[in-house]
Design a protein around this ligand. Structure first.
Ligand SMILES: [Fe+2]
Length: 278
């Protein structure tokens, strides 16, 4: 299975830009790269913060681009999104029966579960009892290996202002996940706008850069001012194999030099180690 993970698109209506950047232009560049280089992907998943102000015209900008994309696409929401506005533009979006944008699908023998961690009225995340009940049912009624997707990380990453906005009821979420932890292969996250990798309770996760703006590595206390940066955007190319799960970041705007590592510069020098014999 091959997945493309993109996050935090932060669409704004025409002709606005955001922090000096144009999310529409960036999305077009990302989609061109994805459809050119990874048209064999099973699924494209966008893990929330689709629109910066949750406005209908911003969702419409996203919708018309998704409509031209041949790769099946799943949209999650984040703290910047507004469910009503989102649903008015994407009426076919996931619904868990309680109005939350949650769902699951089986791809290549894996159950992909998509969570809605938005809490109305705050940028912090939450996973309330109704959502936990839905997730508990999803997990207890399925048997496949699980890939989990959600916007907010449920653990601190060390960037103090963003950590104040992480999921507030992580312990309760973990209680639901714990009995099924052995078959949860990976968690895909957004929200922090940085490349961050590790594990939570032993389950590996990848948290990837945003499409538009980024959050610099500020591991010193900085109150509630959220630092921003123009570090490069990326999407992830994920291959899910029988005994491994590999996450690559593609910095799709990168235009720096490409060259052969065994070109003229190194001709005539002997490598200490050769390639293994075929
Ligand atoms: Fe975001």
């Amino acid at each position: 299975m091959k997945l493309i993970h993109l996050t935090d698109t932060h669409f704004v209506p025409q002709p606005a830009t955001l922090f000096g950047l144009d999310p529409r232009e960036r999305f077009d560049a990302a989609l061109k790269s994805i459809t050119t280089e990874h048209s064999d992907a099973n699924l494209l998943v966008i893990t929330g913060d689709l629109a910066h102000w949750g406005e209908i015209p911003a969702y419409e900008e996203l919708q018309k681009r998704i409509a031209t994309n041949p790769i099946p696409t799943v949209l999650l929401i984040g703290n910047h999104d507004e469910r009503m506005a989102f649903r008015s533009v994407f009426p076919e979006a996931m619904d868990d029966g309680n109005g939350f944008v949650q769902g699951s699908r089986v791809v290549d023998g894996h159950r992909l579960i998509f969570l809605d961690t938005k809490q109305q009225g705050t940028h912090a995340g939450a996973y309330c009892a109704a959502r936990r009940a839905w997730l508990e049912k999803e997990l207890s009624e399925s048997h496949e290996p699980v890939l989990l997707f959600m916007h907010h990380p449920a653990f601190p990453v060390g960037i103090s202002s963003m950590d104040m906005l992480s999921q507030q009821d992580a312990g309760a979420l973990w209680q639901v996940l714990e009995p099924h932890a052995e078959r949860i292969r990976h968690i895909f996250l957004g929200h922090i706008h940085r490349p961050i990798f590790g594990n939570w309770h032993g389950i590996s996760f990848s948290l990837i850069p945003g499409l538009n703006h980024q959050v610099p590595l500020a591991l010193h206390p900085h109150g509630d001012d959220i630092p921003g940066s123009h570090e490069p955007p990326a999407y992830a190319v994920v291959s899910v194999n029988e005994d491994s799960l590999v996450v690559h970041l593609n910095y799709f705007l990168d235009a720096t030099r490409r060259f052969p590592l065994d070109g003229d510069e190194v001709k005539g020098r002997e490598y200490a180690l050769g390639f293994p014999a075929a």
